[in-house]
Design a protein around this ligand. Structure first.
Ligand SMILES: CC(C)(COP(=O)(O)OP(=O)(O)OC[C@H]1O[C@@H](n2cnc3c(N)ncnc32)[C@H](O)[C@@H]1OP(=O)(O)O)[C@@H](O)C(=O)NCCC(=O)NCCS
Length: 214
């Protein structure tokens, strides 16, 4: 079984490590600008450049960087590792539910308590965070983040690189454009344009974001 190298050493890395431990998967360590607090089971191996010294036949990488609004940095990290010839591990916490009729691409992460229902398609490098729900036949575009407790209704389309905030709801059939941000607690009842930031109930656009967003 290939060893896993985590890219990142912060809070999301700790959640990922918990999932990997629960799955019983071998972890070589983590790469980050500075050492993270991940314990002896996941030692610090150096900064991101060290990845290129590893053999892509021997290790898979795990994108262990989280996001609080923009998903851009997670995407850059992922694409850089892929460009070096590495493949991303899929991580599914044993206490998540993924229906056998759902499709998860490479690098998808489904954390504890999350549900991915029948017919859902989850593209590469998507983070389905703890306790969130992706209902039947929803499409979650590459590099997106469905934050803890968010609910994506059946048949919804979430564009690439979108961030759906903590506890937000997206009702059935809506399209959330690529690179958009749905604020924490929002209820999205209409399509969201690409690159927009929407908040509230019902969700209304507040612009294209400022602090904390790339
Ligand atoms: C939507 C969000 C990205 C906006 O961030 P921002 O661009 O920095 O915006 P600001 O904090 O400057 O707020 C701008 C306005 O929107 C309001 N606002 C911000 N977030 C809001 C939210 N989630 N719900 C309702 N209103 C919100 C602010 O009160 C402010 O209103 P005002 O202009 O009347 O004072 C951010 O607040 C958010 O909800 N992020 C998601 C966090 C998350 O999901 N984290 C996951 C961790 S795993």
């Amino acid at each position: 079984m290939a060893e896993l190298v985590l890219l990142g050493g912060g809070g999301h890395a700790r959640s990922i490590l918990a999932a990997l431990r629960a799955e019983g998967r071998p972890v070589r360590g983590h790469l980050a600008p500075q050492p993270g607090d991940l314990g002896e089971a996941c030692p610090y191996l150096g900064d991101d450049d060290v990845l290129s010294t590893f053999d892509p036949e021997e290790v898979l990488f795990v994108n262990a960087l989280g996001s609080t609004s923009s998903t851009a940095v997670r995407r850059v990290l992922y694409e850089r590792a892929v460009a070096l010839g590495f493949r991303a591990a899929r991580v599914v916490h044993p206490r998540a539910f993924v229906d056998s009729g759902a499709r998860l691409a490479e690098g998808v992460q489904v954390l504890a308590g999350a549900i991915v229902n029948v017919g859902a398609v989850v593209e590469e490098n998507v983070l389905i965070n703890s306790g969130s729900v992706v209902e039947h036949d929803a499409l979650i575009g590459a590099h997106s983040h469905v934050s803890p407790g968010a609910i994506i209704a059946g048949g919804t389309r979430i564009g690439a690189g979108a961030h759906v905030g903590l506890g937000a709801r997206v009702i059935q059939g809506v399209t959330v454009g690529s690179g958009s941000v749905v604020g924490a607690g929002a209820v999205v009842i209409d399509d969201v344009p690409s690159g927009a930031v929407v908040v509230g109930v019902p969700a209304r656009e507040i612009g294209s974001g400022k602090k904390g967003r790339a």
